[in-house]
Write a protein that binds this ligand. Structure first.
Ligand code: MG
Length: 281
């Protein structure tokens, strides 16, 4: 694969990404796939998805986990509902996350991503140890079928995430870096974080955002690529500096406005193409 093939976050019947047909119309050849709903994760459906992807010439580079009941309505709701952290759903979601990894395996995909949720920033919190153990369990399940786990950035400052990765201490654990999340959640400058986390970054999202007036309390705003505070040229130059060669996967999750979503992704593809030429990949 050439350095930095362009990609897009896509969905089949769950999640907020673009439909496969739209990815195809946009000429995109790699996707991060939001996991289909539980009832669609069958052997037969996997074969159908693979046939369709083959027709489109599209490769899935990562299957992203997600769960019913998650809400990104505001930052407190994310803390209560997202990932493997909320206690009430933790055990059941760990089981389901392993099933999602198994489904990814059926699709021939060896990378599984997820928002693990808000890991306690205080490592002496008893919950911190338990979440480390949950992550180890998931990594071991994935390792047994030659898969890596990529944790999405955003909810933790870089130093907290680094400490967590070290504490989980698994060779198949890496990062999916999302620069806009650092801004949306108000937890740190994304470029600085990327430099710190560089050795762990094995997949990325290309997404942009503006800062909130109250970082960490209320959301910033997700905006079209190139119009936010990330600084796309600096982002790509930093990816080059850390030696990242994988796909650049555009994430623009406004499925309620499909025409605008498609147009903005087309704009993002043009922007990334021109920056790739400028930077010289
Ligand atoms: Mg993302």
């Amino acid at each position: 694969m050439n350095r930095w093939p362009l990609g897009v976050f896509a969905s089949i019947d769950a999640g907020l990404g673009v439909r496969l047909e739209v990815a195809h119309e946009l000429g995109v050849k790699t996707i991060h796939l939001h996991t289909p709903q539980q009832e669609s994760r069958t052997e037969g459906q996997a074969r159908e998805f693979l046939t369709q992807l083959d027709d489109f010439g599209i490769t899935i580079t990562c299957v992203f986990g997600g769960f019913a009941g998650e809400s990104y309505a505001d930052i407190p709701t994310v803390k209560e509902t997202v990932g493997l952290v909320p206690r009430a759903t933790r055990a059941a979601r760990l089981v389901e996350m392993k099933e999602i990894a198994d489904f990814a395996r059926r699709l021939g995909v060896n990378v599984v991503g997820l928002h693990i949720g808000f890991v306690p920033h205080d490592t002496t919190d008893p919950d911190y140890r338990e979440i480390v153990s949950v992550a180890q369990d998931l990594c071991d399940h994935a390792a047994a079928q030659d898969q890596a786990i990529h944790l999405e950035t955003g909810q933790e400052p870089a130093d907290v995430l680094l400490k967590f990765l070290e504490d989980v201490n698994r060779e198949n654990l890496f990062i999916n870096f999302d620069p806009a999340n650092m801004i949306l959640y108000g937890i740190g400058e994304p470029i600085e974080a990327l430099e710190k986390l560089g050795a762990w970054v094995r997949s990325v999202h290309c997404k942009d955002a503006t800062w909130s007036d109250e970082p960490g309390v209320s959301w910033g705003a997700e905006v079209p690529l190139g119009e936010g505070a990330v600084g796309m040229e600096t982002y790509l130059r930093t990816l080059k500096n850390i030696g990242y060669t994988g796909p650049l996967t555009i994430e623009r999750e406004i499925p309620q406005e499909p025409e605008r979503q498609k147009a903005e992704i087309a704009g993002a593809l043009d922007l990334l193409d021109s920056l790739k030429t400028k930077i010289g990949t």
